[in-house]
Design a protein around this ligand. Structure first.
Ligand code: ZN
Length: 234
């Protein structure tokens, strides 16, 4: 299978991290496609924001508009059937006995990368980009650098390919993620991500805070708000 080394597939959920990763990929590769997963999220806000975000990228950055290719959405509603977590069921977010928050869907990122590689294979795309991160992460073991590196080896063996899995946010925190967006697309990109990306676990879009929309009190909002504050203070 020959893969286009000038093409990338971005795991694009519509959150701050994946929006920054999309900009990172658009700055580097000539053809960039996006991939989203519908897994029966309790709140569909993130998914619903993917298309307007893509439109915003294309409208604000003409060079990127030429590079931005197809969008793919895969139905992974099966995840809701096999896991019982606060992301897919109506239960409160809490820490579990194993020190992982109950937003953890076991193996979710393993599945995401595997489906991404399958799409990349079909589309002849060499580079797969994801916004997973060890620095600010919630302790999800499938966001770790070693997990991703092991998965890259497994996918390349299993698909007889030479994919490269990129994780540009792996070692930076949320403040540095805002700074990366600023480096890539200046104030325009920061403003686009601030107002059009979504992180809140509760799907709240009523109030526009300094750091964007959200309930302001869930772990995702707290992380995003703290990162924004640190970024603005820097
Ligand atoms: Zn929230």
């Amino acid at each position: 299978m020959s893969l286009d080394s000038n093409a990338a597939l971005v795991l694009f959920s519509g959150g701050q991290d994946s929006a920054t990763c999309l900009a990172w990929a658009l700055a580097r590769f000539g053809r960039v496609e996006t991939l989203g997963f519908d897994y029966g999220q309790r709140h569909r806000v993130e998914l619903d924001l993917r298309v307007p975000l893509r439109v915003g990228f294309a409208a604000s950055f003409p060079v990127w508009a030429e590079r931005l290719g197809e969008d793919h959405v895969i139905d992974l509603s099966v995840l809701g059937q096999i896991s019982d977590t606060s992301l897919t069921k109506d239960v409160a977010i809490a820490m579990q006995a194993n020190a992982l928050p109950n937003t953890f869907v076991p193996g979710r990122n393993l599945l995401f990368f595997t489906f991404a590689a399958a799409i990349a294979y079909r589309r002849g795309i060499k580079h797969v980009v994801a916004g997973v991160c060890e620095t600010d992460y919630s302790g999800y073991p499938d966001c770790r650098d070693d997990t991703v590196k092991a998965l890259q080896a497994a996918l390349n063996l299993g698909m007889e390919s030479r994919f490269v899995l990129h994780t540009p946010l792996m070692w930076i925190d949320k403040a540095q993620t805002w700074a990366l967006a600023q480096d890539l697309g200046g104030k325009v990109l920061v403003e686009l991500i601030r107002t059009s990306s979504h992180s809140c676990y509760h799907g709240a879009r009523e109030t526009l805070h300094d750091w964007g929309y959200g309930c302001g009190s869930c772990p995702a909002c707290e992380l995003r708000a703290n990162g924004w504050e640190k970024f603005r203070a820097a």
